[in-house]
Each structure stands twice: as structure tokens, then as C-alpha cells.
Write a protein that binds this ligand. Structure first.
Ligand SMILES: [Zn+2]
Length: 140
């Protein structure tokens, strides 16, 4: 694991954050109903590796309960001024408790070529199978 610090922001620059993660661990595309609408592309960051630098007062929240579940999964945070989704938060034992799912396009200083080389994982959450890629990933 080679952690590096990165800066991120929304479009209007009202919300800014810093996060440390290993880009070689890869990023993810998901086909659930929400990710499909939002064209989500995210990578996981441990809770203690994320710092909100500015814009807490601008952040709005969205939560939804997937079919067949009793409660909401992640809490999605987006800028109420420019509408850009920055990250989602949740808790998961395998990810060390509290985690952030950062929306990759909001990263400002990640090296483009390094990002191209990093693994891109497809997850089939539309069929409750986060352990595998869907049969068709062409439009994800
Ligand atoms: Zn904004």
C-alpha cells in the first residue's frame, strides 16, 4: 500500500476536501439504480484518511433504501450550490469501519496517466452481486 494525499473539490469550489489513498488499489463503477443515474465512479478511502477542508455548510444529503433492504446504505453528499456529488459515506467492517466513497472526477490533482493505469472494477450491485462484474459493462 502506497498512500498519497490528494485534493478534491466540487465545480464551484465551495466544497473542498483532502484524502489519502493508494490509487493502485483501483476505482469502481457500479450499475445500481442510483449509480446508473449519477454515472458514479468512485474509490474507497478510510474514514481517518479523509478531511473536509471547506464547504460543510454547502453539503446536501441524499439517502435511499434499496429494494429488499430495511435501511439506507450509503449517505450521499453533494454541493447544494453547483450540484456536484463529491462522496458517499458508510460503515463497513471490511473497510475498517467508517469509509468515504469519493467521486473520482472531483479529484483535482490526481495524475491522469496514473489514473488510466489504475485498475477499474465493475460491480453488479443491480443484482446484489458486488463480488462480480455485470455481464455487460459497455455503458457503465
Ligand atoms: Zn459547488
Amino acid at each position: 500500500m502506497s498512500y498519497q494525499r490528494y485534493q478534491g473539490s466540487c465545480h464551484c469550489q465551495g466544497v473542498r476536501y483532502e484524502a489519502a489513498f493508494d490509487l493502485a488499489a483501483g476505482s469502481n463503477r457500479c450499475n445500481c439504480s442510483l449509480c446508473s443515474k449519477a454515472r458514479a465512479w468512485f474509490l474507497f478511502v478510510r474514514g481517518d484518511k479523509f478531511t473536509l477542508l471547506a464547504g460543510h455548510e454547502l453539503l446536501s444529503t441524499y439517502e435511499w433504501v434499496p429494494p429488499g433492504r430495511s435501511g439506507h446504505g450509503l449517505t450521499y453528499r453533494f454541493c447544494s450550490r453547483c450540484g456536484v456529488r463529491l462522496y458517499a459515506t458508510g460503515d463497513h467492517e471490511q473497510l475498517g469501519g467508517r469509509f468515504y466513497a469519493i467521486h473520482v472526477p472531483t479529484l483535482d490533482d490526481v495524475d491522469r496517466e496514473e489514473l488510466v493505469r489504475a485498475p477499474l472494477n465493475f460491480v453488479d450491485n443491480a443484482h446484489d452481486r458486488p463480488d462480480r462484474a455485470p455481464a455487460d459493462t459497455r455503458l457503465m
